[in-house]
Structures are given as structure tokens and as C-alpha cells.
Design a protein around this ligand. Structure first.
Ligand code: TXA
Ligand code: MG
Length: 306
């Protein structure tokens, strides 16, 4: 089990931009400072996901959550009823939210949850930061429900694995999006949807997904981030009217990573696309198709298709 000194160590690691696996009541998460682009990129790299999916941001308090996202009455009611606990709320990002754009994969919504586990809460409070925390497994494998499983999956990438014993639920949190219209059940999970409907009335369910593609969106909530300007990949130079997003030696108005470091490029990707958006077009330098480059190219391809 885990001592106060271990929590302090883990919190220092988080503040230094490192990764810490931590227990929650659902499954073990791979934690990192949600406001640190490089740390969030390291989470994607450790999990080996072929694409950037938006991550849940873990907080320890509704007040803290309200600094990150915009709560309406319905969101407040759900948070008061079910937090701390296995409910994740997808809400509009607050204008001054410090959360990394990579954490939300460029979307202007954020998924937030306050986990009901003393070690998770202690870690978030000691770090003084909101934490991203996808399940602490490599992509395509089962979510770990013990510290030993988490260590076997991702012990190499994490500075520490906090041991909180076996997880109470062993199943991920229920994800509900609140926007205009009915709340949408994006992911069934540990909190029974009936309990949520008792508070909100009927939930809408998105159409079933094919394979591991994200579910198609009813409305805007699940759209992938796409710039307004047309995007061109594999560009060696900008054409007239285009803004250039460079990589390595192929320079531009902005450069994802002058040293051609894919983790740095991932960390900068969404924030830089947003900065260059709104011009005639965005030309993006070639990105190698390896490691995090695969996830970067996946996002660029989707954005290029519009
Ligand atoms: O139980 C859990 O939720 C675990 C523990 C560790 O807390 N965490 C977890 O995190 O499962 P993660 O980041 O893997 O969950 C991401 C889920 C995905 O279904 C993702 O599509 C959805 O949350 N999600 C995150 N941000 C979103 C957003 N802005 N809009 C829509 N869905 C979002
Ligand atoms: Mg998972």
C-alpha cells in the first residue's frame, strides 16, 4: 500500500512532467499533468495508440472542475449527485482553461471526472494539477485493475505506480456529454445509466460504432477537431495564401519541432493548428510515419479530408 511520502514523491514526478500510474475506483490510470503538453504527449507515446483520442481530465473538487469547463445547472446537479464517483462529464471548455489542447485532441470540449479513491484524490491535491488518466495499459490491451497489472503494462514508462489495491468497479467510468439538447451517453460504464436518467431525464445514445472508430456524433460533440482552413500534408513549402507548419529542417510560420522530435511535435500539434487556422490554408511539412508520427499523421489526414 502507499504512504504519504510516496504520494509526495508521485506529486513531484507529476509536477516535473513525468507519468505516474494511480488507482481509481474504476481502473488504474496513467496520470500526467493535464496542462503540460509534453507530459500528455508522453502518455500517448507510452500507450502506443495509433491515434489521439481525447483524454479524461481528473480533478478533486467541483470548484477545480469549474475552472476548466463551463458548468450549467444540469452539469452541477450531476456533479453534486455523483462526484466523487465513476461519472465523466463532457462539457464546453472554459475560455481560460489551462488544459493542453492535445489532452482534448483539439476539441473545444473537455471530459472531466472526480474519482472516488483516496489515493487518486491525494495525488491530484498534492500535485496541485488536474491529471489526464487514460487506463494504464498499452493500446488494445485490457485495463489494469491492480497495481501489479499496471506495472506490468506501463511500469517502464511511469516514474511510479501507486498501489491502492484492487479497483472496486474494474470497469471504466460512464461518459455523458452535456451540450444543447438531451445529454448523450458516450460510453456506458461503472455508473448505471438509469441512475443518471433519474436526474436528467432520458439520455440520447449515439449510433453504434464500427470497430474502434469513435462513434459518429449526434451534433457536434464527438466531431474530430478540424481546422476551418483547408489542410495540405507532405508540403515542402507554402503556396501563396497558405500558412506553413514546419517540422525539422522544413521550416514554416511555426515549426512543430525544429529538432524533428515527434513527442515535441505531438505536444504542439493542436495548439499550432489553431494558431494558423483562419488563413487561406495550412500546409504541413512531411511527418515520419513512426511512433507518435503515426498518430499525428492520422489526425492530419482526417483534417485534410475536412
Ligand atoms: O474510469 C475511467 O474513466 C478511467 C479511469 C482511470 O479514470 N479513465 C479512462 O480515461 O477511461 P480515458 O481518457 O481513456 O477515457 C477517454 C474516454 C473516451 O471514451 C473518449 O472518447 C472520451 O472519454 N472523451 C474524452 N474527452 C472527450 C471529449 N472532449 N468529447 C467526447 N468524448 C471524450
Ligand atoms: Mg482504456
Amino acid at each position: 500500500m502507499t504512504s504519504g511520502a510516496a504520494i509526495e514523491d508521485a506529486a513531484r514526478s507529476i509536477r516535473a512532467g513525468r507519468l505516474v500510474a494511480f488507482p481509481t475506483e474504476t481502473v488504474y490510470g496513467l496520470g500526467a499533468d493535464a496542462a503540460d503538453d509534453r507530459a500528455v504527449a508522453a502518455v500517448f507515446e507510452a500507450k502506443g495508440r495509433p491515434r489521439f483520442n481525447p483524454l479524461i481530465v481528473h480533478v478533486a473538487g467541483r470548484g477545480e472542475a469549474e475552472a476548466l469547463a463551463v458548468f450549467d445547472d444540469r452539469a452541477r446537479r450531476l456533479a453534486d449527485r455523483f462526484w466523487p464517483g465513476p461519472l465523466t462529464l463532457v462539457l464546453p471548455r472554459a475560455p481560460a482553461s489551462p488544459v493542453s489542447w492535445l489532452a482534448s485532441a483539439g476539441l473545444d470540449t473537455l471530459a472531466l471526472r472526480w474519482p472516488a479513491h483516496p489515493l487518486a484524490e491525494a495525488l491530484i491535491r498534492a500535485a496541485g494539477r488536474p491529471l489526464v488518466g487514460p487506463s494504464a495499459n498499452r493500446s488494445g490491451r485490457l485495463s489494469p485493475t491492480t497495481a501489479a497489472h499496471a506495472a506490468a503494462e506501463l511500469g517502464q514508462s511511469a516514474a511510479m505506480v501507486l498501489d491502492g489495491g484492487p479497483c472496486r468497479f474494474g470497469l471504466e467510468s460512464t461518459v455523458v456529454a452535456l451540450g444543447d439538447g438531451l445529454p448523450i451517453l458516450l460510453r456506458p460504464g461503472a455508473l448505471d445509466a438509469d441512475a443518471i436518467e433519474a436526474e436528467t431525464g432520458p439520455l440520447a445514445e449515439p449510433a453504434p460504432s464500427a470497430g474502434d472508430e469513435p462513434r459518429p456524433s449526434p451534433g457536434m460533440l464527438l466531431r474530430h477537431y478540424a481546422p476551418d482552413s483547408p489542410l495540405r500534408m507532405g508540403a515542402e513549402a507554402a503556396r501563396p495564401g497558405e500558412a506553413m507548419l514546419g517540422f525539422g529542417a522544413v521550416d514554416g510560420d511555426l515549426n512543430l519541432s525544429p529538432s524533428a522530435d515527434l513527442a515535441e511535435a505531438a505536444a504542439n500539434l493542436f495548439a499550432m493548428l489553431r494558431r494558423l487556422d483562419g488563413r487561406g490554408g495550412i500546409a504541413v511539412a512531411p511527418i515520419p510515419e513512426r511512433g507518435l508520427g503515426r498518430a499525428i499523421n492520422d489526425r492530419l489526414r482526417r483534417a485534410a479530408r475536412g
